[in-house]
Design a binder for this molecule. Structure first.
Ligand SMILES: N[C@@H](CCC(=O)N[C@@H](CS)C(=O)NCC(=O)O)C(=O)O
Length: 208
């Protein structure tokens, strides 16, 4: 059976758990990282030398990097749904995965970690403000793309939405002033309508 290591408060672990839930893939979950620790043991480091979460083992096949894990699980269990068979549709979904990991989260993690995981007296307000402004700019691009669209790669939910959802959930639920992004909010409301999303992503994202 698929085994998933990683605390459920992690933006990256949530992608993997949501993917499994969405596809009905049975899995065993092990809390790790953050207050749970366990990522610096020799056994864990042999699976994931980064000492980060998530990590999976699928009948002995181990893998790290959240988006790669989502691609793997979806290719194995979600061909034609989360993992589009048409190469162009799949590339569109994968483009938004890369945008999430390489652009959106790079910008947003400073504000997210600053506002949710850093004591107020240790926060860097200028860095947080710059992060929020950069994030708003990136999300405006996603908002434009979602004009008239159901999901990021077409009519059906794909790995592109799976990668983006947990980050956007945080953007919409931390205490900040947000620009109006109506297409993004409508898309996120569609995610909220999915039981698998509510179970895996709409959970506390604070560490304690
Ligand atoms: N690029 C990696 C990043 C993994 C990552 O940064 N994970 C964070 C949680 S979101 C982590 O393990 N932090 C340390 C911890 O939780 O102990 C991925 O997408 O899987």
């Amino acid at each position: 059976m698929l085994k998933v290591w990683g605390r459920t408060s992690s933006v990256n672990v949530q992608k993997v758990l949501w993917c499994c839930e969405e596809l009905g893939v049975p899995y065993e979950h092990v809390d790790a990282g953050g207050p749970f620790g366990g990522t610096d043991t020799p056994e864990y480091l042999a699976m994931n030398p980064n000492s980060l979460v998530p990590t999976i083992s699928d009948d002995g096949f181990t893998l790290w990097e959240s988006n790669t894990i989502v691609r793997y699980v979806a290719a194995r269990h979600g061909a034609g749904t989360l993992w589009p068979e048409d190469p162009a549709e799949r590339a569109l979904a994968e483009k938004w995965m890369d945008f999430q990991l390489g652009t959106l989260w790079v910008a947003f993690r400073v504000a997210f970690l600053g506002l949710t995981r850093t004591p107020p007296e240790e926060r860097d307000p200028d860095a947080i403000q710059a992060s929020l402004e950069a994030t708003a700019g990136h999300l405006a691009i996603l908002d434009d793309h979602l004009q008239g669209a159901t999901f990021v790669a077409g009519e059906g939910l794909t790995v592109g939405d799976v990668a983006l959802g947990p980050a956007v959930y945080r953007w919409l639920n931390i205490e900040i002033e947000r620009p109006d992004l109506p297409n993004l909010e409508s898309w996120h409301a569609r995610l909220e309508g999915r039981p698998a999303y509510r179970k895996s992503v709409m959970v506390p994202f604070t560490l304690t």
